[in-house]
Design a protein around this ligand. Structure first.
Ligand code: HEC
Length: 106
């Protein structure tokens, strides 16, 4: 039993360390939500690199709500003709909020 507990603790620590190295849970969430199929953190894929998005809107405090709407409903024309499809309802509202806040923090 003792050994079992220690193994469990060691595993938990390992998992915690691994996700700390990955940067933030947000990146894993972006992966899980399919965002990283079309976006890279620092390179353009189908959509813009998230660091470019953060740079474009730096200092604009009203943009978070706008981007949450855009990610939910999809849209085109800001970065080119390639549209982003709607991500709602398959991605939860609270997850979209977390993701947009993460993108803007990059
Ligand atoms: C099928 C590809 C695709 C997926 C999946 C996708 N995006 Fe996008 N995304 C795009 C494209 C293309 C654009 C550029 C749209 C434009 O030019 O207006 C974009 C733009 C954006 C922008 C900037 C919007 C703006 O108006 O400046 C943000 C923020 C963003 N995406 C976040 C996300 C998040 C978060 C997810 C996951 C929940 C996601 N995207 C999933 C393709 C995608």
């Amino acid at each position: 039993m003792q050994l079992f507990n220690k193994t469990l603790l060691a595993t938990a620590l390992l998992v915690a360390t691994a996700s700390a190295i990955a940067g933030s849970g947000a990146e894993a969430l972006a992966q899980k939500s399919g965002c990283l199929l079309c976006h890279g953190v620092d390179k353009k894929v189908l959509g813009p690199a998230y660091k470019e998005v953060a740079a474009k809107y730096k200092g604009d405090k009203s943009v978070e709500a706008k981007l949450i709407q855009k990610v939910k409903a999809g849209g085109a024309g800001v970065w080119g003709d390639m549209p982003m499809p709607p991500n709602s309802p398959q991605v939860k509202d609270e997850d979209i909020k977390t993701l947009v806040q993460w993108v803007l923090s990059l």
